[in-house]
Design a protein around this ligand. Structure first.
Ligand SMILES: *Cc1c(COP(=O)(O)O)cnc(C)c1O
Length: 365
């Protein structure tokens, strides 16, 4: 089976981990500091704060923005559940908005109608690796005095009007989970240009412990620390980021060319003024295709090409996330995309032979 995702690691990561293990400092230490510095540089932001996961990064971000009980946060229902769970974790409620069928991201033209006196923030997700509509989103945020959180879990290395992902809202959240474009196994990062949000994030990451007074606490906090073991892996991964991104984009181009004339199959569209880093290569299987989407997936899987649906359920389907009693008919685009999308392997470890095989298999089907 050709897997849908595979970590792109080799001897460099192995050696870096061994060095940390031999150093005796295995929790947060110099490697984490170095990782944060280089990560901020890669995203062109002033600050980066390493955390234990993308979910932790989202939770920290919403907390340091002061979002809490009674607040509403606008987001997409077509994302990984972490985006919405972090909103619940600070005591706020998710307000869902339908998506754009071209980018699969928040439909920015539908946001304004959902803004109320209680709205405090918009969490935009750069789904599959393509940035959302930040010009419109930031303009609305300015008009209504809202914060913008960039869920960049899938978009490291992408750009929007030449600005790097990580730099597109007030605060940004990355995941370094094993399937993401770069990984430390589990892990996360926050980026921001705000000195205030940076220092608050650092505090919340470790129980808001006063850095000058051990066992003194400035407020609520948690343990979202990461380790030098993870950071050592992350530093090696960062060195490979450009090559990983390039490789994903090259494979995407080959897929685009191979599938563009297949009736009923819609290849990914990159909207103007942004780059796509293809965390997923996600196509739409429409009515004009010979098979149903699920039959297509079954055939691919039976021919050893792993194909997956991201995501098979909209988040308003889950009772604890559906605070406003949303119905499927309120989100016609999401409902359609759930039935149409399919993602195929695009990780940088794919061999030329495997890429050819995937193309041939899909064309034959
Ligand atoms: C992976 C992911 C997260 C969560 O990251 P973890 O590191 O798994 O906690 C959040 N949002 C999106 C869009 C993701 O893809």
């Amino acid at each position: 089976m050709i897997p849908i995702a595979k970590p792109y690691i080799n001897k460099a990561e192995q050696n870096a981990v061994i060095k940390v293990l031999q150093s005796g400092i295995i929790a947060r230490g110099p490697r984490v500091a170095e990782f944060e510095e280089k990560f901020a540089k890669a995203c062109d932001t002033k600050y980066a704060i390493a955390t234990s996961s993308g979910t932790a990064s989202l939770h920290v971000s919403l907390h340091v923005l002061g979002i809490g009980e009674g607040d509403e946060v606008i987001t997409t229902p077509f994302t990984f559940v972490a985006t919405a769970h972090s909103i619940l974790m600070v005591g706020a409620v998710p307000v869902f908005v339908d998506i754009d069928p071209v980018s699969f991201n928040l439909d920015a033209d539908l946001i304004e109608a959902k803004i109320t006196k209680k709205t405090k923030a918009i969490v935009a997700v750069n789904l599959y690796g393509q940035p959302a509509e930040y010009k419109k989103i930031n303009k609305l945020a300015k008009k209504y005095n809202l914060f913008v959180v960039e869920d960049a879990a899938q978009s490291i290395g992408s750009t929007y009007y030449k600005k790097a992902s990580g730099n597109l809202g007030d605060i940004s959240c990355f995941s370094l989970y094993a399937t993401k474009n770069i990984t430390t196994g589990e892990g996360g990062m926050i980026t921001t240009n705000s000195k205030d949000l940076n220092s608050k994030s650092i505090l919340f990451r470790h129980h808001s412990q006063n850095p000058k007074k051990a066992y003194g606490y400035a407020g609520l906090g948690f343990n979202y620390e990461t380790t030098d073991i993870s950071a050592a892996i992350g530093l090696e991964q960062l060195k490979k980021l450009k090559a990983i991104t390039k490789r994903r984009q090259i494979i995407a181009k080959e897929y685009d060319k191979a599938f563009e004339n297949i009736p009923g199959l819609i290849t990914p569209v990159v909207k103007n003024n942004r780059t796509h880093v293809y965390h997923q290569y996600t196509m739409r299987v429409t009515k004009d295709f010979k098979l149903s989407r699920n039959e297509f997936i079954a055939q691919l899987n039976s021919k050893a090409v792993m194909a997956r649906v991201y995501y098979p359920e909209a988040l308003y389907r889950f009772k604890h996330l559906n605070y406003f009693d949303y119905k499927a008919k309120d989100f016609p685009v999401v409902e359609q995309m759930i039935k149409e999308v399919v993602s195929i392997p695009i990780h940088p470890g794919l061999t030329t032979k495997q890429i050819k095989y995937i193309i041939k298999t899909i064309r034959n089907i």
